[in-house]
Design a protein around this ligand. Structure first.
Ligand code: ZN
Length: 462
C-alpha cells in the first residue's frame, strides 16, 4: 500500500506538471464536483427560503423561528446521531437562555470521532469530508452532507444577491485555493474557473513586486465583484493609493475567512471606489455573519444561532466580548450543536440603524489563541488594540520570538511614522509586563500561511 501511494503522484503533483489548458480543465472538474454538493437539487428553493427580508422581522419572531427549528434539530440528533444520543439531555428549549443547558461541542470531540457527529440516516455518498487548517496548528477533518452544504451556500448566495452581486457573474477571488506551486516566482498566480466564472487569485503569492501584475490581470479579467481574503484586497488597495494605478471596476468586495480593521476596510473602499462588506464564518458553520452598510456584523438568524459566552460559558451582556458558540440550523444530518469556534466577538448593545433586528456585533476580535505567553506564566490576549496608536502601517504581526521577547512587525505605507511605533512598543511593554522585552521592526512583507492567511500573533520558539 505504501509503495502504491509512493508511485502514484498526488493530485497536486499531477496538476503542477500539467500545461495551463489541462490545469484549467482540472480546476473545472473539481468545481463541477463541488457544485453537486453546493448548488444542485433543491438549491434554488433554499435561496428563496433564505430571503434576507427575514432579518427585518422583530427579534421575538426571529427567535421563535430559531427555537422551533432547534427543537426539531435536537430531536433528530438524539435519535440518529451517536455523539448527541450519548450527550444531549432530553429537554425542550423554550428560551435562548435554555441553550446553556446543552453541552458544548469541542473540536476535540469531532477530531476523536468525526463520524459520531453524523446522522446514521445520512447516505455516505452525500458526505463531503472537509478540512480546516486550524489556526492552532491542529487540522480538523469534519463532515458536511449535501443538504447542510446547500443550506450554507443558499444562505450566503441570498446575501450576495441582496448586495447586488449574483452568483454566475464574473468575480475575482483571493484565497488559499491552490493555484500554482508555492515555490513559483513568476506570474501568473491566477487561473480562471469557467464553471463558476471565478477568477481565482493566489493570496499566498501576493508580494509587492507583483501587485501591478495582479491588478492588470484583474482589469483584464473584467470581473463584476470581488470576494475572499480582505488582507489581500487591502494590500492591493494600499498600493493603488500610493502608485495612482488604475483600479479594476468592481461593484462591491465581499470578504471572508479573515478580518481587517474598519480603518483598513475604509482604505479598500476608497482605493477600489466600491463598498466592502466583511463576513464571518467557518467551513463548519458556513458564512453566517454579514456586515451591513452601517458596518455592523449581523447574524444570519435564519441559518444559525450564535451565542457569545465568557470564560465560564455564560452568555455575555451586550457590549461585552466573548467566544462565539455556534449551532447550525440548516440540515439535520451533520449537526453542530453549541460548537466552540475559538473566535471572539463583541455584542452590540442596541439595534442597528439599518432596519435589521437580527443580533449584531460591533467587532470580531480574532481568535481566542491570539495570545502571548509571558515569563511569569500568563497568557495575554493580543488583539488589534496593541497596534492602535500606529501611524501609516499597512499591516502588522505580533511575533513572540523568545519566552521573554516580542517583536511587532509592521509593513509601512507612505504615511509611516517611526516615532508612533516607539510609543506603540512602549505601550505594549506596559501591557505585557516589565519582564517582556518589546521591540518593533519594519518589514517589506508579512509571510502568509500555506492557506494564504495572515496570522496576527505567532510564536516562533520551541
Ligand atoms: Zn445593520
Amino acid at each position: 500500500m505504501t509503495m502504491l501511494t509512493r508511485r502514484i503522484p498526488s493530485q497536486q503533483q499531477l496538476y503542477d506538471r500539467s500545461p495551463r489548458w489541462l490545469q484549467r480543465l482540472l480546476v473545472n472538474a473539481e468545481a463541477l464536483r463541488r457544485e453537486w454538493f453546493r448548488r444542485s437539487g433543491n438549491y434554488q428553493k433554499l435561496v428563496r427560503a433564505y430571503d434576507p427580508a427575514f432579518y427585518r422581522q422583530s427579534r421575538v419572531e426571529q427567535e421563535a423561528f430559531q427555537i422551533d427549528r432547534l427543537n426539531q434539530l435536537l430531536t433528530a440528533a438524539r435519535c440518529h446521531v451517536p455523539h448527541y444520543r450519548a450527550n444531549l439531555p432530553d429537554i425542550t428549549i423554550r428560551t435562548m437562555g435554555d441553550l446553556q443547558r446543552l453541552p458544548i461541542l469541542e473540536k476535540a470531540d469531532i477530531r476523536r470521532a468525526p463520524l459520531a457527529v453524523v446522522s446514521e440516516q445520512a447516505s455516505r455518498r452525500s458526505l463531503w469530508a472537509r478540512k480546516t487548517s486550524g489556526s492552532t496548528g491542529t487540522p480538523l477533518t469534519f463532515y458536511l452532507d449535501r443538504e447542510a452544504t446547500r443550506h450554507h451556500q443558499a444562505a450566503a448566495d441570498a446575501m450576495l444577491a441582496y448586495y447586488s452581486c449574483r452568483f454566475g457573474e464574473r468575480r475575482a477571488r483571493f484565497s488559499g485555493a491552490y493555484v500554482t506551486p508555492y515555490e513559483q516566482t513568476e506570474p501568473p498566480f491566477w487561473i480562471y474557473v469557467d464553471y463558476y466564472r471565478q477568477f481565482q487569485c493566489s493570496a499566498y503569492h501576493l508580494a509587492p513586486q507583483f501587485y501591478s501584475h495582479y491588478l492588470r490581470a484583474l482589469r483584464d479579467a473584467r470581473v463584476s465583484y470581488g470576494t475572499g481574503y480582505p488582507t489581500s484586497w487591502h494590500l492591493l488597495a494600499t498600493y493603488l493609493i500610493e502608485s495612482g494605478a488604475q483600479a479594476p471596476r468592481l461593484r462591491a468586495i465581499i470578504t471572508d475567512s479573515e478580518g481587517i480593521s474598519l480603518e483598513q476596510q475604509a482604505v479598500v473602499e476608497r482605493a477600489f471606489g466600491c463598498p466592502v462588506y466583511q463576513t464571518y464564518g467557518t467551513g463548519e458553520i458556513g458564512q453566517v455573519v454579514w456586515q451591513c452598510p452601517h458596518k455592523r456584523y449581523h447574524v444570519l438568524t435564519r441559518a444559525v444561532i450564535l451565542e457569545i459566552v465568557d470564560d465560564q460559558g455564560r452568555q455575555v451582556m451586550p457590549g461585552e466580548t466573548g467566544e462565539i458558540i455556534a449551532t447550525s440550523l440548516g440540515g439535520f444530518n451533520t449537526p453542530l450543536i453549541r460548537y466552540r469556534t475559538g473566535d471572539l466577538a463583541t455584542l452590540a448593545a442596541d439595534d442597528c440603524a439599518c432596519g435589521w433586528h437580527s443580533p449584531s456585533w460591533l467587532a470580531i476580535e480574532g481568535r481566542v489563541d491570539d495570545r502571548v505567553h509571558t515569563p511569569d506564566g500568563r497568557w495575554i490576549r493580543v488583539g488589534g488594540h496593541v497596534i492602535k496608536g500606529a501611524v501609516g502601517v499597512a499591516e502588522s504581526q505580533v511575533a513572540q520570538v523568545a519566552p521573554d521577547q516580542v517583536v511587532i512587525r509592521v509593513v509601512p505605507d507612505v504615511n509611516f511614522d517611526p516615532a508612533a511605533m516607539e510609543a506603540v512598543a512602549a505601550a505594549a511593554h506596559r501591557y505585557l509586563g516589565s519582564a517582556m522585552q518589546v521591540s518593533w521592526e519594519q518589514v517589506e512583507r508579512l509571510p502568509r500561511t500555506r492557506s494564504g492567511k495572515l496570522r496576527h500573533v505567532v510564536r516562533e520558539y520551541v
